[in-house]
Write a protein that binds this ligand. Structure first.
Ligand code: 4NP
Length: 163
């Protein structure tokens, strides 16, 4: 089976994309795919570089057995476009920013995450100015989406109710 390197990108790399990274890693572990799936996350903006995830993202992850406390924010960089097979944008603004930052020799497949996993042009909404319910909603979208992503990439690993 193919090894895949997957990068999740949002604006600040402290709310949505670190959760996506943690959830995908957790689900890959549960499916016995940890040696095949490498994942990371980054932000289109660099304001939070070096910081840990937002406490509300850490908390919602923890409630579902996903530990993201040790992740550190970084900014999207040119090397990412050849270092990863797939780059997933959390929302359409992220997607535009990623595409305009892509070098001409980029080899990564770049997609809006919800479009890739559900065929819907939907954003994973920025929860930064929201409340716990918004973070739970982000978790639910990412959890379902990561399940669909692994179903697509590794059909033989298909399971139910992973997290
Ligand atoms: P994220 O959320 O893109 O999901 O990490 C945000 C984090 C920080 C800011 C905006 C969104 N900010 O404006 O600092």
């Amino acid at each position: 089976m193919d090894h895949r390197k997957i990068l999740f990108v949002c604006l600040g790399n402290i709310c949505r994309s670190p959760l996506a990274e943690g959830i995908l890693r957790h689900q890959a572990n549960l499916r016995g795919l940890s040696r095949l799936v490498a994942t990371d996350s980054a932000g289109t903006g660099g304001w939070h570089q070096g910081e840990g995830p937002d406490n509300r993202s850490i908390a919602v992850g923890r409630r579902h057995g996903v530990d993201i406390a040790k992740l550190r924010a970084r900014k999207l960089k040119p090397d990412d476009f050849n270092g990863f097979d797939m780059i997933f944008a959390m929302d359409r603004a992220n997607l535009r920013d990623i595409v305009s930052a892509a070098p001409h020799d980029s080899s990564a497949d770049i997609h809006l995450f919800m479009d890739f996993v559900s065929g819907e042009q939907r954003d994973v909404p920025d929860p930064y100015y929201g409340d716990d319910r918004d973070f739970q909603n982000v978790f639910d979208m990412l959890d379902a989406g990561c399940g669909k992503l692994l179903d697509f990439l590794y059909p033989a690993s298909k399971t139910r109710g992973t997290t």
